[in-house]
Design a protein around this ligand. Structure first.
Ligand SMILES: *Cc1c(COP(=O)(O)O)cnc(C)c1O
Length: 417
């Protein structure tokens, strides 16, 4: 489905009326949940046409009207041309990496990366795809790592848990000039804070499980083609997927190889929940970003806290970049360290409102000791490279009433001192 930009309406208006304006059965304001696994045609020529590339449905592993409606909505949010949804964010990343790259290719990736993606790149390494990790906050480091066999540059918008902001626009310009595919994981920003096309991304990926679904009630992932990349110059597209419209080459290969063959399809029920959740993305993020800035400011001023990483603080190394790129909002993720004389676990056990749990982008504030949990498996050396101290506390800030949130951290700090 090729997608036109909705330039006439605002972000939330477009989301709220998307299904109805596209046309839904009986005027339903939501696209219905289609549970059918196969789709039949009266004229066998129509069935043949769908198998040969005409838009339509055949077997639900390759999508349903429910996932298609969500894909259309997500493509519009990113001002992209095509979107494909997956069962999880990791499934989307796996599909992109394994269908567009082959043994002997090279990726340059940011060293500030979600732990499971870092582990996935390790798997790619064992399959013969070479990976170089760099500090992508400076495009010069990316440039220096590029080899003749570099097929892709991969970055996350806001590093987790250190909140480093990659030189997103600088890398985009460099990648375009050299015809290198540029994949951006924008999970922590969402299309409300950043339209990845604006920084030159070729493909943008989201874990839909986070901000977009928003309430920790569905898993999903998506990859969106921004329309900027010229696929005719990309040597890994199989001849069978080189159709008349070269703008569709990359996504056709990702869909056929990554969704049809690998099968991590987003089911209709979570697709529906994600679609409904997305309607309030702007409201949730406005509140959660404001809460995060207030909490970061409060923590920074506290004697028991030695360091706070949050892009909204003036002392953050990429504070100005974040301000320019994210429209004056600075995200919902922050991390901080306590004075070493305090026990981190003891501190965390004093929290009453913040949930001791993994995950980010929930409506609830979630917090965990990063080195001991999500970054445990990668080992001390890689943690050091990523700047993850043993006493680092990660917070994904939610939409609680601000006084309650500040009060919770303040009372836990007071209990230590
Ligand atoms: C959570 C997350 C993923 C993986 O998404 P899942 O839906 O949990 O599989 C990928 N990248 C980032 C930045 C994430 O936060």
């Amino acid at each position: 489905m090729t997608q036109k930009k909705d330039q006439t309406h605002g972000f939330t208006t477009s989301l709220l009326h998307h299904d109805r304006w596209r046309g839904s059965e009986h005027g339903a304001v939501h696209q219905p949940i289609h549970t059918s696994t196969q789709y039949a045609y009266r004229d066998v020529n129509d069935l043949v046409a769908v198998f040969q590339g005409r838009p339509g449905f055949s077997y639900a592993r390759q999508g349903t009207p429910t996932t298609a409606a969500l894909e259309h909505k997500l493509a519009q949010m990113e001002q992209g041309v095509l979107a494909i949804t997956f069962a999880t964010g990791m499934a989307a990343l796996t599909a992109v990496f394994t269908t567009l790259l082959k043994s002997g290719d090279h990726i340059v990736a940011s060293q500030y990366m979600f732990g499971n993606t870092n582990s996935l790149l390790g798997t790619l390494g064992r399959l013969g795809i070479e990976v170089t990790l760099v500090d992508a906050t400076d495009v010069a480091n990316v440039k220096a790592a590029v080899e003749p066999n570099t097929r892709m540059i991969f970055v996350e918008t806001i590093g987790n848990p250190g909140t480093q902001i990659a030189d997103l626009a600088g890398i985009g310009e460099f990648a375009r000039k050299h015809g290198i595919l540029y994949l951006v994981d924008s999970t922590l920003t969402s299309p409300y804070l950043l339209v990845a096309r604006d920084v030159g991304a070729s493909l943008v990926m989201h874990s839909l499980s986070k901000h977009i679904a928003g309430q920790a009630q569905a898993l999903g992932g998506v990859v969106i083609d921004t329309g900027l990349f010229d696929w005719t110059g990309f040597e890994n597209i199989l001849p069978t997927y080189q159709g008349a419209d070269s703008r569709q080459w990359g996504m056709t290969q990702i869909k056929k190889k990554g969704l049809r063959d690998m099968g991590a399809t987003l089911a209709a029920e979570p697709a529906h929940r994600i679609s409904v959740g997305a309607e309030t993305l702007a409201l949730r993020l406005d509140r959660a970003c404001a809460n995060a800035l207030a909490l970061a400011t409060m923590l920074q001023a506290h004697d028991a806290v030695t360091h706070v990483a949050y892009p909204g603080l003036a002392n953050h190394p990429q504070h100005e970049r974040a301000r320019e790129l994210f429209g004056g909002r600075f995200g919902t993720l922050l991390s901080f360290t306590l004075d070493p004389k305090f026990d981190v676990m003891q501190f965390m056990n004093h929290l009453k409102i913040a949930v001791l749990a993994t995950h980010v982008g929930d409506t609830r504030t979630l917090t965990l000791p990063a080195a001991h949990t999500i970054y445990h498996e990668m080992g001390a050396q890689m943690r050091a490279k990523m700047g993850i101290a043993d006493n680092l506390i990660r917070v994904s800030v939610g939409i609680e009433d601000l006084d309650d949130l500040l009060g919770d951290y303040a009372q836990a700090l007071a209990a230590m001192s």
